[in-house]
Design a protein around this ligand. Structure first.
Ligand code: FAD
Length: 289
């Protein structure tokens, strides 16, 4: 199923992002994760691609398992900047061959010291995918602006190029301040971008996340989260509960504001995904009638 159709059927789409195992890791842990995800039943699951630049990503393998063994629709991430055109073509054709219908077309992060690439922007990848396949193409967007952009206006102008090449919906970078996100949505809509946008929410439930992935994205930390961290950094159980409560509250506010969807960065933690889903599922089901 092409997931752009979900937005025609539902007021709110609810999806998860997971990451595949490393090249030499046993797949069984991910199978446990998928078993639990099937019980939670998100609308689809997206699978990251070689974050960090490695080309040996097991995204395709996991997408195939997600689709065929678990009956969940996969959205396979694909990056381009650290690969040659031939490598990217082979990755696109590989996804088509196994019946994947949805791909998140990403530029990818630049690897230090590597400058030459056949691709400059995600829009180049969107164009290539559209020229070779009938896959539904999704894109990424940045509510606080992409870190390399001079300003948010320039970033939204560039986003429009990606949409015009055929992106049917956007998944946002994680953020913690809903007011910033809602202002961003207003700007994007003013720029004539009308595709559905899912809000990226990452539950902060472990102290390591504060210095790791969150720092990497440069997301702004509201005072409320900084206080939570200061108080509970050395108390894992309380930090877990506080993080679940914060993410729940954030999602309820986003749903109250009429967002098109919630894309939960679950970091393969299905305990957290289930707790949050139990909190918000009745509201989402009611909204979807
Ligand atoms: P682009 O859309 O190309 O944008 C990158 C920068 O270039 C922006 O500053 C933009 O304004 C500018 N730009 C774009 N088009 C033009 C143009 N035509 N002319 C001039 N400037 C332009 N990384 C991974 O490695 N693996 C993953 O699985 C992964 N998943 C992600 C999922 C989501 C939802 C998000 C938000 C990010 C993800 N990333 C992932 C990170 C992503 O690869 C990086 O943020 C990367 O730096 C930008 O990718 P992009 O596709 O947004 O790039």
């Amino acid at each position: 199923m092409k997931i752009n159709n979900l937005f025609k059927e539902k007021k709110v789409v609810y999806s998860f992002e997971i990451f595949p195992p490393k090249v030499n890791d046993d797949v069984s842990k991910v199978l446990d994760t998928l078993e639990n995800i099937r019980d939670i039943s998100p609308d689809y699951v997206s699978i990251t691609y070689s974050a960090g630049g490695s080309k040996n990503s097991r995204t395709k393998e996991i997408a195939q398992i997600v689709k065929n063994d678990y009956g969940i629709e996969p959205l396979a991430h694909l990056t381009c900047i650290n690969s040659t055109k031939d490598e990217v073509i082979s990755a696109i054709d590989g996804l088509v061959d196994i019946g994947v219908e949805n791909v998140l077309a990403l530029r990818g992060d630049r690897i230090e010291g590597k400058v030459k690439s056949d691709f400059a922007h995600a829009s180049d990848l969107v164009e290539l995918i559209k020229s070779r396949s009938d896959m539904n193409v999704v894109g990424a967007c940045y509510p606080e602006g992409h870190p390399e952009s001079a300003n948010i206006v320039e970033d939204i102008r560039n986003l429009k190029i990606k949409i015009d090449k055929g992106v049917t919906h956007l998944n946002s970078q994680l953020f913690f301040d809903n007011d910033d996100y809602l202002k961003y949505l207003d700007m994007v809509r003013l720029a004539g971008i009308t595709v559905p946008i899912e809000a990226g929410v990452m539950p902060l439930v472990k102290a390591s996340q504060f210095g790791g992935i969150v720092k990497m994205t440069g997301a702004k930390m509201p005072t409320k989260i900084s206080r939570m961290y200061s108080k509970f950094a050395d108390d894992p159980d309380s930090l877990m509960e506080a993080g679940i409560a914060y993410a729940t509250d954030q999602i309820v506010d986003l749903l109250s504001s009429g967002v098109d969807g919630i894309h939960l960065y679950i970091m393969n933690n299905t305990y957290v995904a289930k707790r949050i889903t139990d909190n918000i599922r009745p509201i989402i089901d009611k909204l979807n009638g």
